[in-house]
Write a protein that binds this ligand. Structure first.
Ligand code: ZN
Length: 96
């Protein structure tokens, strides 16, 4: 069995930004995502490329472990389904 077969069985593959329905990438899990697990396969991805799996709190460790075992795991960051725009004052260069 190739790595890709194993990967497709382990999780729903997602490219770049999170899909509209932000649910856990673990196969069969429909829980809302709370984490983004960022990974990279150096054999097929350029070093700066990041693949993203969404993870619910329950499966975060499972997905991280899966990628860590293959040395693909990069980092895990909190997933915010509706990011607030950062408060940016209209006045540029306000005096300190
Ligand atoms: Zn899950």
């Amino acid at each position: 069995m190739s790595f890709f077969d194993a990967l497709s069985q382990a999780g729903k593959d997602q490219d770049a930004q999170a899909a509209p329905e932000a649910v856990c990438s673990r196969k069969g899990c429909r829980a809302p995502a709370a984490w983004q697990v960022l990974w990279n396969n150096p054999k097929i991805h350029t070093p700066e490329r990041r693949k993203i799996w969404l993870a619910c709190p329950e499966h975060r460790d499972w997905l991280e472990d899966y990628l860590r075992q293959r040395s693909f795991w990069k980092e895990t960051v909190p997933f915010d389904p509706a990011p607030e725009p950062t408060a940016d004052p209209d006045t540029p260069g306000a005096p300190a």
